[in-house]
Design a protein around this ligand. Structure first.
Ligand SMILES: Cc1cc2nc3c(=O)[nH]c(=O)nc-3n(C[C@H](O)[C@H](O)[C@H](O)COP(=O)(O)OP(=O)(O)OC[C@H]3O[C@@H](n4cnc5c(N)ncnc54)[C@H](O)[C@@H]3O)c2cc1C
Length: 461
């Protein structure tokens, strides 16, 4: 986003806020939002409010306006600019032509191109009875509500003995960089400023955003350290033994980075000493003989840069809605069968990483789900029934997720997921293909990674 765009967007936000303050005694922001046609968009058709201007939310908004331009579509987003998590690891790897501008996009552009409205505010509550969303800028009524708020970190659940101050310190000094915002930039600065030494990445157990992301990040940081001649290793402390695209990553680690990337399984983080830059953990070694007990070894490791990725949970907006969620540590939205409507409330839908389907939490899935969700809502508002246009209850490659693993030459790996509707929820089956040379990674996939990302940004903006 250039300076002019930043100014444009803040002017619109200020104008919206001003209109809000001018509304006599009322805190409602109905019909007073930043619209494509200017500051105020008068209410036309049914009002669809989308919480979250990320991959899922922007897709729903765009596709609803495509379906019916009379829909009054409003996105509520707390950040004043879009930052992409997908492809952001290449920024840490300092790949050619990649810079901050690659990830930051102008919401104003999306609003102007796609015809929906946007409110730059933080959602603080949802009153399902009154069909109203409470925000930092006032109340917003809705006819249909879409939850697309993404994830939150769960430091409190993972480290119950840490104080609020300690958590704040860890967020600053060991940024997780899994949520759009400044953490990605902070992590990049730490790597740019680092001396010789190790980079430690922790990979959480349980459901978390983009399962391959920590492993791709390890590759990109190792590539950067190699390029810059930084002596040290990238240590992945994995809370369990699961590695998304495991065989493909292991092939790349071994063949491209030798012993520069070290992956340690079953490591439970116990503490971090930020003063001495040391992480403490317990590693469980499984016995060869099943009859023996596992061994738990206490370990410590000194780091130069720490990327502590904590347990993930559904964004607190889901809890605000008071709808049924899964009983696991993440708290996914329980869906109404194989649809994007919630089970609890027919007027509330969900897309993106919070959905309760067994599909991967990825940007590409969020785009796919966002399109399906828009179809469903449009049919409902037009009084029609909707069935998914699928062949044999399967969608081929509903999700394609790339990971960049090498630089100079750039090489990537990929996974595709077919989605199916044969059960109570939508399910996915993954496949990590090998190329004709018998390797998982290739320059062709690296090129496809860049093309995919550029295409997705063109689609959203
Ligand atoms: C490092 C990394 C690499 C990745 N690589 C890939 C990849 O290669 N391919 C891929 O497909 N996916 C990838 N992903 C995953 C992808 O980023 C997510 O799956 C996707 O962003 C999910 O979309 P979403 O709409 O659910 O959430 P988000 O895109 O996070 O959007 C949620 C939005 O809601 C807003 N919000 C939250 N709370 C509030 C509130 N209270 N009030 C107002 N607004 C709020 C947030 O600010 C945010 O903008 C990657 C993720 C990471 C971290």
């Amino acid at each position: 986003m250039n300076r002019r765009d930043m100014l444009k967007y803040s002017m619109l936000s200020i104008a919206a806020a001003t209109t809000l303050n001018a509304s006599e005694g009322s805190t409602s922001v109905q019909s007073q939002t930043v619209g494509a046609s200017g500051v105020s968009s008068a209410k036309k058709g049914p009002k669809i409010v989308i919480i979250g201007g990320g991959w899922g939310g922007l897709t729903v908004a765009k596709n609803l306006k495509k379906k019916d331009k009379n829909f009054d579509v409003l996105v509520i987003e707390k950040n004043n600019m879009f930052m992409s998590c997908p492809f952001s690891n290449t920024y840490l790897g300092k790949l050619e032509g990649v810079n901050l501008g690659t990830f930051i996009h102008d919401y104003n552009k999306a609003v102007l191109s796609n015809g929906y409205s946007m409110l730059n505010a933080t959602v603080t509550g949802i009153d399902r009875g009154k069909k109203v969303v409470h925000t930092s800028s006032g109340d917003v009524p809705y006819d249909v509500l879409v939850l697309a708020p993404g994830i939150d970190y769960n430091y409190e659940g993972q480290f119950p003995n840490w104080s609020k101050e300690k958590i704040a310190e860890i967020k600053n000094l060991a940024p997780a960089a899994l949520i759009p915002g400044s953490e990605h930039i902070a992590l990049e600065r730490m790597l740019a400023d680092m001396d010789d030494g190790d980079v430690v990445i922790t990979k959480p157990a349980g459901k978390y955003r983009c399962p391959p992301a920590p492993f791709e990040r390890a590759c990109m940081i190792a590539a950067y350290m190699k390029k810059e001649g930084i002596n040290g290793k990238v240590i992945i402390l994995n809370e369990n033994d699961k590695i998304a695209k495991g065989k493909a990553f292991k092939e790349a680690w071994k063949e491209l980075y030798g012993d520069k990337i070290v992956h340690l399984e079953n490591c439970k983080i116990t503490d971090v000493d930020t003063k001495n830059k040391t992480i403490h953990f317990e590693q469980t070694i499984k016995p060869k003989d099943e009859m023996d007990d596992p061994k738990v070894i206490k370990k410590s490791h000194k780091y130069e840069v720490l990327n502590l990725i904590p347990h993930n949970k559904a964004n607190s907006v889901v809890e605000m809605a008071g709808i049924e969620t899964t009983k696991d540590g993440f708290g996914k939205v329980v869906m109404n069968g194989c649809s994007f409507q919630t089970k609890t409330d027919p007027n509330i839908y969900a897309v993106g990483d919070v959905v309760g389907h067994a599909i991967p939490p990825s940007g590409q899935t969020a785009i796919w789900a966002g399109k399906q969700c828009a179809e469903e809502i449009a049919h409902k508002l037009h009084g029609k029934s909707y069935t998914l246009p699928v062949k044999n209850q399967t969608v081929k490659a509903g999700n394609v997720c790339y990971s960049m693993v090498g630089d100079k030459p750039e090489e990537g790996i990929m996974v595709t997921h077919d989605f199916s509707w044969t059960g109570e929820i939508i399910k996915a089956k993954g496949n990590v293909p090998k190329g004709p040379n018998g390797k998982f990674r290739s320059a062709k996939i690296a090129k496809a990674t860049r093309n995919w990302y550029d295409g997705a940004m063109r689609d959203l903006f």
